[in-house]
Design a binder for this molecule. Structure first.
Ligand code: NAD
Length: 495
């Protein structure tokens, strides 16, 4: 019997008001039901927001270092449950154990960073232009945060948002992706055990259209932190804009790795294999374009196809497996559709291009590692996010052309260049239009204490991670203290 899960609203574990449910299935074996979850709607969101609003004055009154200590305990509990949660996550969304352990570790690192930030949380002190006057800034919490997350990093992405949101003194309503609700449940259990005030965190399961949209439209939600596709991000931004809500959007990517003719080809090969086929290509930072200098093109493609054809595919719980399934049937169909589009556009398929159905994989949503060559930069497979193990190889003849091709999409999240020429590396750092640039490393592999986010249609200018995310989850107050005992008029009395 599959486990039945509930929402956590107003300090209690409860079913959806409708009484309806949905199933969470293992993408590596669709016969395995991980759990049954409440299919919630607007009424559930209304209760969750009201609870978060009630908790806000109490939660924000707790000293920031004390809130940090609660998050430290959450980090400790994640350490204790790391292996159990990693296994659950692999069953729930398919990526291999090494990666799901990394996903939980990112949550741990983010919790400990928040703990440290609790004793910093700096404002500025700034001299006044007038005598006997003192100026400073301080950070204030904002209110109720709506947290809406995707399925590809079920622990890391919610942690990136929830830990800083709570540290800053906000309360929240959390809607995880309906493909990964069990990992989200574990995170909320941990936060409660660590000592977060029960009404300060509310978990509402369900679809984006009903639960997600109800959060975005709710007049008592002050800010929205969303990670997902650019298409949904645009809808959310437009809706939330009607109430002037603060919105942070972390959206899609069409990331490229450049390999120059002087690169260490073995190193560049390891990079692209990890970048393109890690997480079965389902990362916002995945390498989905490979830009090769013409002098090494043929040799590199041969090395790449050889290695990619040997990737071991299967259930991510098997430690020998290197690539798991894609998330669900609909996503596999989208990937397959893009393969057809690529062929129709005239790109040459040199590997894969079909569902993978060997042995046990018959019962899962597996797709073979797929490589196209002779890809033109304007083709749809070189422009649109596919979110699967599909790599498009583009040939160029110079650094300038490589950078122009890399920049020629509507996205700008991650980027990479392999070269041993320091001048080429610095030109790339300067000229690439992306939020993240790696030199001699793949497009994936962010560290949680560094800012994370992208330009163009990858986002709306905010950054998660590191110190920058605290700017999003707090409001700056500017304070003037005049101890002169008389009216002092800035710009007038001192001029
Ligand atoms: P998605 O946009 O379909 O869904 C993301 C979340 O939004 C889910 O919880 C979903 O239920 C919810 N949602 C859907 N429609 C909604 C609506 N109308 N109103 C409110 N909420 C709604 O994305 P996904 O398929 O879960 O994730 C894949 C996408 O996420 C890719 O585009 C990927 O690039 C992107 N992503 C970006 C980052 C980043 O940091 N930039 C990180 C991971 C994933």
């Amino acid at each position: 019997m599959a486990k039945r899960y509930q929402n956590f609203i107003a300090g209690k574990w409860v079913d959806a008001k409708s009484g309806e449910t949905f199933e969470d299935r293992n993408p590596a074996n669709w016969e395995e039901v991980i759990g049954i979850f409440p299919k919630s709607g607007k009424e559930d969101v209304d209760e969750a927001v009201a609870a978060a609003r009630r908790a806000f004055p109490k939660w924000k009154a707790i000293p920031v270092p004390e809130r940090g200590e609660i998050l430290k305990r959450a980090g400790d509990l994640l350490v204790a449950r790391k292996e159990e949660i990693a296994r659950l996550m692999t069953r729930e969304m398919g990526k291999i154990l090494a990666e799901t352990r990394g996903d939980v570790q990112e949550g741990i690192d983010t919790a400990y960073y928040a703990f440290g930030e609790g004793r910093r949380f700096f404002g500025h002190t700034v001299p006044s232009e007038l005598p006997n006057k003192f100026n400073m800034t301080m950070r204030m919490p904002i209110g109720v945060a709506g947290i809406i997350t995707p399925w590809n990093f079920p622990m890391a992405i919610p942690s990136w948002k929830i830990f800083p949101a709570l540290l800053c003194g906000n309360t929240l309503v959390f809607k995880p992706a309906s493909d990964t609700p069990a990992t989200a449940n574990a995170l909320v259990e941990i936060l409660l055990e660590a000592g977060v005030m029960p009404e300060a965190i509310n978990l509402v399961h369900g679809s984006g259209a009903s639960v997600g949209m109800a959060i975005v439209r709710h007049p008592d939600v002050d800010l929205i932190s969303f990670t997902g596709s650019s298409a949904v991000g645009k809808v959310i931004n437009a809706e939330a804009g009607k109430d002037l809500k603060r919105v942070s959007l972390e959206l899609g990517g069409k990331n490229a790795q450049i390999v120059m003719d002087d690169a260490d080809l073995e190193l560049a090969l390891e990079g692209v294999l990890w970048g393109a086929f890690g997480t079965t290509g389902q990362r916002c930072t995945a390498t989905s374009r490979l830009i090769l200098h013409e002098k090494i093109h043929d040799q590199f493609v041969e090395m790449l196809v050889d290695r990619a054809s040997k990737i071991r595919i299967g259930n991510g719980l098997d430690e020998n497996v290197q690539m798991g399934p894609v998330i669900n049937q609909a996503q596999r169909e989208i990937i397959h559709q893009y393969v057809r589009i690529g062929q129709e556009e005239g790109a040459k398929l040199v590997l894969g291009g079909h569902p993978y159905e060997e042995g046990e994989c018959k019962k899962g949503w597996f797709y073979a590692p797929t490589i196209f060559v002779d890809v033109k930069p304007s083709m749809r497979i070189a422009q649109e996010e596919i979110f699967g193990p599909v790599l498009s190889v583009i040939k160029v003849s110079s650094l300038e052309e490589a950078i122009a091709v890399l920049n020629g999409t509507r996205y700008g999240l991650s980027s990479s260049i392999y070269t041993q020429d320091v001048n080429a590396a610095y030109r790339a750092i300067r000229d690439i239009e992306a939020g993240i640039t790696y030199i001699n490393g793949p497009t994936i592999g962010a560290e949680c204490h560094m800012p994370f986010g992208g330009v163009k249609e990858t986002g709306n200018g905010h950054r998660e991670g590191g110190w920058t995310v605290y700017d999003f989850f707090s409001e700056i107050k500017t304070v003037y203290v005049d101890f002169s005992g008389r009216l002092q008029r800035a710009q007038i009395d001192n001029r």
